[in-house]
Design a protein around this ligand. Structure first.
Ligand SMILES: [Zn+2]
Length: 287
């Protein structure tokens, strides 16, 4: 079922586990993630960045593909289709296209403007039963060509945005997108604890889940993180498996060039990565 992320994240927050957001890039990606969620009996959030939205021929195409797969693959676990790091215009476009969840990333605006734009979207999403993620404090690293410096969010600003009625809140706590550098200082749990205390029941979102050590992930969940975004790790797993297939010369043997064969190892690698994450996050059998 395509559903809002609200109920699954409230359950996760209360149950001290996290639901994974896995970003999709094409049909194989989407199918791998949906099948793994069903096999693990886990709720799941499919993330779509604006760049991936363009790549996949627009939001309507994606809604059609995901709804079709849910039906044809008999997916019964809760699935949210979520815009990742949306602009104000992108969020509105996804709401109109039939997404069940959107993120408005106003973290690069002054806090007053972030609040004004987030408030407008809260009203639009509430009317339609769509979940809304807001962000305070930019998350470092590169996403679709935009490089953030990475900062820790102000807990008072987090409280102000949480009180607007958003469904979930992303807050920078030293996390970054992409691979972490060797000299990374780690997550700032003092800041996370302070944000969690101020925002109460609000499910918190941890972006940049690739490469954060398992003990830090578990501690973050214990401090109120209920949604964890995974993107780069699936890309690395897919690329490594595809590279091995080609380097082993399998595309040159028999009908190994058939895209259904060529992409199969990458597909399986995504499935393994997603399953590992669902086990780590504690969402298995929580559908
Ligand atoms: Zn992010």
């Amino acid at each position: 079922m395509l559903v809002s992320a609200k109920e699954m994240l409230e359950k996760a927050k209360a149950g001290k586990y996290a639901v994974g957001q896995f970003n999709i890039n094409n049909l194989e990606w989407t199918k791998a993630i949906l099948l793994t969620a069903q096999e693990c009996n886990s709720p799941v959030i499919l993330g779509v960045s604006e760049g991936a939205g363009k790549y996949m021929c627009g939001y309507e195409t994606i809604v059609g593909m995901v709804k079709g797969m849910i039906k044809c693959l008999n997916i019964t676990v809760p699935v949210a289709l979520h815009l990742d790091h949306g602009s104000y215009e992108g969020a509105k476009a996804c709401i109109n296209a039939g997404f069940s969840s959107v993120m408005f990333d106003g973290s690069h605006y002054p806090i007053e403007e972030n609040i004004a734009k987030t408030t407008e979207l809260v009203n639009a999403c509430n009317v339609l039963g769509i979940s809304l993620e807001a962000e305070v404090g930019s998350i470092g690293g590169e996403e679709d060509g935009v490089v953030g410096a990475g900062e820790c969010a102000d807990p008072d600003e987090c409280k102000m945005v949480a009180d607007l009625g958003v469904t979930m809140l992303a807050a920078g706590i030293g996390n970054i997108h992409g691979k972490y550098p060797a000299n990374w200082a780690g997550l700032n749990f003092d800041v996370l604890g302070a944000i969690s205390e101020k925002t109460g029941d609000m499910p918190l979102v941890l972006h940049g889940g690739t490469g954060i050590p398992e003990d830090m992930i578990k501690k973050a969940i214990s401090l109120g993180v209920s949604k964890i975004n995974v993107n780069t790790e699936c890309q690395l797993a897919f690329a490594a498996a595809t590279r091995k297939y080609v380097e082993d010369g399998k595309d040159l043997s028999g009908k190994g060039f058939d895209p259904r064969k060529l992409l199969a190892p990458g597909f399986e690698a995504i499935k393994s990565t997603v399953k590992e994450k669902m086990e780590l996050f504690g969402s298995v059998n929580k559908a």
